[in-house]
Design a protein around this ligand. Structure first.
Ligand SMILES: [Zn+2]
Length: 151
């Protein structure tokens, strides 16, 4: 890292104790080369310097719902799979059952049923997975699930 010496009056990023955000602060006091007190440019509050957290600490917390009982099944958990990959696998497993010559050309004013095979001008062959009440349906394509309009 570069050794740019900070001094009182410099603007640095710090966590503001009042705004609770990483904001620009003006250095108010330093002890040797350590920033000890800063003034927030946003709320003008003077407080001790809190270094902004390092990027790797800002990890997205895993959503763990405490109300959900832990599954005690003995089957080993398969490693997490990308949903897109799962959709592709599903498509690949369904594909042999497709009869492309019976695919219905996709039309957003068309009426489709679950398990219909449709032909979309962009996405290609698709398998109607779910019909949604608000004139939409979920269609599985080679590239994954897409939400399409229908009647
Ligand atoms: Zn502030």
């Amino acid at each position: 890292m570069t050794k740019s010496k900070l001094s009182a009056g410099d603007i640095i990023e710090a966590r503001c104790t009042k705004c609770r955000e990483i904001l620009n602060h003006r250095i108010v006091a330093m002890v040797e080369d350590k920033v000890v007190r800063v003034e927030c440019n946003t709320c003008n509050g003077v407080h001790n310097y809190h270094a902004p957290p390092v990027a790797k600490e800002v990890k997205v917390k895993r959503i763990a719902s405490p109300s959900k009982p832990r599954s005690v099944s003995s089957t080993p958990r398969t490693p997490k799979k990308d949903p897109v990959e799962l959709e592709r696998e599903e498509w690949a497993s369904l594909q042999p059952t497709f009869q492309p010559d019976r695919a219905l050309p996709y039309d957003m004013n068309g009426k489709y049923q679950v398990r219909h095979l449709i032909l979309h001008p962009v996405f290609g062959l698709g398998f109607v997975k779910t019909l949604i009440v608000s004139q939409k349906m979920k269609v599985l394509f080679k590239d994954g699930l897409k939400l399409l309009r229908c009647q």
